[in-house]
Design a binder for this molecule. Sequence first.
Ligand code: ADP
Ligand code: MG
Length: 421
Amino acid sequence: MYVNLKVHDLSFTYQSLPVLSGVNFEVKKGDVLGIIGPNGSGKSTLLKNINALLKPLKGSVMLEGDNIFKMSRQKIAQSMAVVPQDTSIGFNFSVYEAVMMGRVPHLGRFQKEGEDDRTVVKESMEVTNCWSFKDRSVMELSGGERQRVILARALAQEPEIILLDEPTAFLDISYQTEIFDLIKELNIGKNLTVIAVLHDLNLAAQYCDHLILLNKGEIYKIGTPDEVITVDNIQEVYGTKVIISKHPVSKTPYVSLLPRIQDKFVKAISRKIHIIGGGGSASSLMEELFFQGMQLTAGVLNVGDKDWETAKNLGIGCTEELPFSFLSGEKHGENLEMIKNSDSVILTNTPFGRGNLKNLEAALFAVEKNFPVYIYEGFDVRLRDYTGGEAADIFQKLKDKGAREIANKSELLAIIKDKND
Ligand code: ADP
Ligand code: MG
C-alpha cells in the first residue's frame, strides 16, 4: 500500500480567523478515512484545502508525490473527485449530461466525448443506480436520486481518491446506508481511496478504516474507530456525556447519548459504589447499576480485561493495571482510596490467583473499615481459588466480618437503594 495523499503541517486562515493549524496525516491507497468533529471544527475547510479549492497559509498537500497547489485544476480532477455538501446542480441538464460532465478533466480542449467516455459514464450510472432515469432533468430529482447522480459524476472522473462532505446529511436512513454501502463497494472493488467528512459518529465507525477527530482546527486524535471513538475523546471534544457499546453486527464502537435527565436522576437516588471484579464477572452488573443512576468506580482491573472494557465504555473511573500483570502495591493503594470514597463495595464472582489476590485484600480492608460489602453471585470460592487456599481463607474472613452474600441482582439493587436513605 503506498501513500496516496499526504497532508503536512497544514494551517489555514479565513481572512483573520484561524481555522486549521498544524494538521498532519497521510492516507494510504485504498483506505477509507473519516473526518469527524463538532460543527465549526474545520472539517469542510480541511477538505477544501485537500482539494486545493482553498490555499493554506502554511504547509502542503501532496498527491502521489506532487504538490497539489502546483497542479492544474484539470490534473487534480483526473485523480481526485469531490462530492460537496451542497449538491445542487444548478442548470437544467439531463441526468446523463450531468454525469458526462465528470469526463471533462479527461477531454482535451474542444474535444468531444467518445465511445470510451460513454462507456465510463454508463458504468458509473449503473453502479449508482441512476441509469434508469438518465433522461430526466436533474431539477426534478429527489434528494437521494440527486446524491446518486453527483456520485455517478464523481465516479465518471475515474478518480483515485474521492472526497465527500457529509454526503448523506440530508438523506433519510435508508439512503444513508445505500450511499455508504455503495462507497464501500467501490472502495473494495476498485481500491478507491475515500476521504469523507461525517457528522454521524456511528456511520463513521462502521464504514471507515481510520478516523480523524478534529477539535477547533487541530487533530485531537487519529487512529482506528476503536482508538478514536472513546468515551473520553468524545466527552472532551463534543462536551457531552456518551456511553459506548458495540454495534451488534459490525462490532464497531456505537455511541449513545445520555439524556440530561440522567443527571437529575443521579442526584436523587445515586449511591457511590465501588466494584471489585474481573474477567467479565462484573460487566452486566456495572451496566445495570449504571443505568440505575449509580456512581460507580471499579478496580483493580487489568487493561484489556472484559470488565475493564465495560468500565471504559460506560465512562466509569477505574484503577487499572497493565495487561496480565500482578496488581502492584501502588495500584492496590489507589483501589483502597476509591473504596474510601464509596458508600459500599461489591465483590463479584471472579477467580483469584496470586496476580489479583490483592483485590480480595481490598474487600477485606473495606469490611474492616465498616463499609457495607456485598459478595455478589459468589459461588463456591474453593472452585475459583488458584492460590492454594489463601483466597478461600480471606473469603472466610470476609464473611465472618460481615460481608453479605447476595445471589440475585434485584435483591442487591433493593439493598443498595435502601442503604443511606
Ligand atoms: P465544519 O465543516 O467542521 O462544520 P467549517 O470548515 O465549515 O467547519 O468551518 C470552520 C470555521 O470556519 C467556522 O468557524 C466557520 O464559521 C468558519 N468559516 C467557514 N467558511 C468560512 C468562510 N467562507 N469565510 C469565513 N469563515 C468561514
Ligand atoms: Mg462542514
